[in-house]
Design a protein around this ligand. Structure first.
Ligand SMILES: Cc1cc2nc3c(=O)[nH]c(=O)nc-3n(C[C@H](O)[C@H](O)[C@H](O)COP(=O)(O)OP(=O)(O)OC[C@H]3O[C@@H](n4cnc5c(N)ncnc54)[C@H](O)[C@@H]3O)c2cc1C
Length: 360
């Protein structure tokens, strides 16, 4: 049985590990950081992005082939999230309406009719009437979507992986290739999956800083407002006692680990103006904490491809998910499984796998 090592225990590595495990392979996850209660995760883990994500799924109308590929992955993920949620209500997933407000909508949004939305696989879609839009918003819609409480969901994935026989090893590596020389109970490493978030020394990688604020207030929908000045106002209900994320900023190449109180005030004020119901009966936010995270972004988009390293060793790269790691997670996992089958399959004659067949 081939032994596959996945480097990384963020949303990308965990989803890929489970997906590969479903193919019947022995899988070990090696990582510096693993999921744990988000209450205990602090700034020392700022480079582990998955705890800091919202995380909600937004369906974005694609306008070019790269976006179409991502859109297809987000639909695969949507279907899989629906199936996981139905079977495991405790997994940390909530289905709800996603509301989009745009101050200056592009043609792609303006042309989003119910027919077009259906063709794009968006369910429960409706263009909002003028009377339903907050002040300053030109166009809006709602559709069915999902949110996760990131560390509840990632911990669930890790538990599933372990109970199904997966092994984990907490270790920091300097270079993924060093793993090929390690000794594992499951045998030598046949293929390594690089799900390290940032890759290693990839010059196309950069970070996109995001500051958000976690509040105790609850919200029944996930709301995203694209402002005319390019800034964003949004909320992501985490549920499962996770509060609601109010966001947020997107700042390429900003390495500042410290949250700004001024930014917090602006985020909260703008969100309350967009969706006053969030303030509840008490008419205020209850702040739990400020959050700063680093989205692992890549010029030209994510890297999802095979590489033959020195000595004929196979690496499958799956990193650079930027701000969409959760949204695309099962689509990426399926892509990893497909690349693995391509590599091993020439001899084993396996079929290209479908995500719906995953054992979860
Ligand atoms: C503020 C904010 C809001 C976001 N909101 C959303 C959202 O609503 N929806 C969405 O889909 N996405 C969202 N994202 C993006 C999402 O969080 C990321 O795309 C995702 O978490 C990336 O996951 P990953 O598994 O690829 O990387 P990571 O979560 O960073 O995991 C990397 C893994 O690799 C390991 N690793 C790295 N280097 C080494 C090494 N040298 N040795 C050993 N192990 C190593 C780490 O320990 C970790 O286990 C948001 C991000 C931020 C910051």
């Amino acid at each position: 049985m081939p032994h596959i090592v996945v480097l990384g225990a963020g949303i990308t590595g965990l989803s890929a590990a489970l997906r590969i495990q479903a193919e019947g392979h022995a899988v070990t996850i090696v990582a510096r950081d693993f999921p744990s209660g988000s209450e205990t995760i602090d700034g020392s883990q700022i480079n582990y992005t998955s705890p800091w994500g919202g995380a909600h799924n937004r369906l974005v109308p694609p306008t070019n082939p790269a976006e179409e590929r991502e859109h297809a992955m987000s639909l695969r993920t949507f279907d899989h999230m629906r199936a996981v949620h139905a079977r495991y209500p405790e997994a940390g997933i909530t289905f709800m309406k996603g509301v989009e407000y745009l101050e200056a909508p592009s043609e792609a949004y303006r042309g989003l009719s119910e027919e077009r939305a259906r063709a794009l696989g968006m369910q429960g879609f409706r263009v909002l009437g003028k009377g339903e839009l907050p002040q300053g918003v030109e166009w809006g819609c709602e559709y069915d979507t999902w949110c996760v409480n990131p560390m509840v969901y990632c911990s669930f994935l890790l538990r599933k992986f372990a109970i199904q026989g997966g092994k984990v090893l907490r270790k920091e590596v300097r270079d993924p290739k060093e793993i090929f020389s390690w000794t594992f109970d499951a045998g030598p490493v046949d293929v390594l999956v690089n799900a390290s978030g940032n890759g290693f020394g990839d010059e196309n990688m950069f970070i996109t800083r995001g500051q958000t604020c976690l509040v105790a207030n609850s919200c029944p929908v996930t709301v995203t407002r694209q402002n005319a000045d390019g800034s964003w106002t949004f909320c992501v209900p985490r549920n499962f006692d996770g509060g609601t994320i109010i966001g947020g900023t997107k700042e390429p190449n900003n390495w500042d680990p410290n949250p700004s109180l001024e930014v917090r005030e602006t985020l909260l004020r703008k969100f309350a103006a967009t969706y006053p119901q969030i303030l509840g009966r008490e008419g205020k936010f209850t702040v739990i904490r400020d959050i700063v995270g680093r989205r692992p972004t890549r010029k030209g988009g994510m890297r999802l491809e095979k590489e033959t390293a020195e000595g004929g060793k196979q690496i499958i790269h799956a990193y650079g998910l930027g701000g969409r790691g959760y949204e695309l997670s099962w689509g990426v996992a399926e892509g990893v499984a497909r690349l693995l089958v391509e590599h091993l399959g020439a001899s084993s004659q396996q079929q290209i796998p479908q995500v719906r067949d995953a054992k979860l």
